[in-house]
Write a protein that binds this ligand. Structure first.
Ligand SMILES: [Cu+2]
Length: 165
């Protein structure tokens, strides 16, 4: 191979590699949608949670399956119906207690997804609520409890850090 062609090919491959390492995975949109629902529940904003969950439902339904790597594809397929179920219920309700019940399930399935598939380039945190004995995901280390919201915003602790695989 001509020396220059070789260098161009090498440059191209390096570029593609760097891009793959710096672009959020397709499933990051699902995580982002989930975190918006979480943030609304932290504020005890039931209308906001319903609206954010409607967006999450659309995101899950319309995700580009071809853009998800094969291994992650399988994990997502296993959870897709369950994620849609809870997202739909949260979106169709403005009863914050009912929304939080579904958010428990939604979080459990999101945590399973985050443990088995690449959902972010960044570390995400699995937080635990000892009052409710249940978990949620957060994009940062600050504890903001979505199950009690304004009543006990900082109740809970970080139970684990999920690093991107
Ligand atoms: Cu329901």
């Amino acid at each position: 191979m001509n020396k220059y062609l070789f260098l161009i090919a090498l440059f191209g491959m390096t570029y593609m590699y760097v891009q793959a390492q710096t672009q959020q995975p397709e499933l990051n949109s699902v995580l982002g949608g989930y975190l918006n629902v979480k943030d609304a529940l932290v504020k005890s904003d039931s209308k906001g949670a319903a609206a954010a969950s409607a967006v999450l439902l659309q995101t899950i339904t319309n995700i580009d399956m071809k853009a998800i790597p094969a291994k992650d594809h399988m994990e997502f397929m296993k959870l897709q119906d369950k994620l849609e179920y809870d997202a739909r219920h949260i979106s169709e309700s403005t009863d914050i207690n009912h929304q939080r019940e579904h958010f428990t399930n939604l979080s459990a399935n999101m945590i399973t997804l985050a443990k088995h598939a690449r959902v972010s380039l960044n570390a995400i945190y699995e937080d635990y609520c000892p009052m409710k004995k249940t978990y949620w995901l957060s994009g940062d280390t600050a504890i903001q409890n979505p199950y009690f919201g304004k009543t006990m915003p900082d109740c809970g602790k970080i139970a684990g850090t999920l690093n991107p695989q």
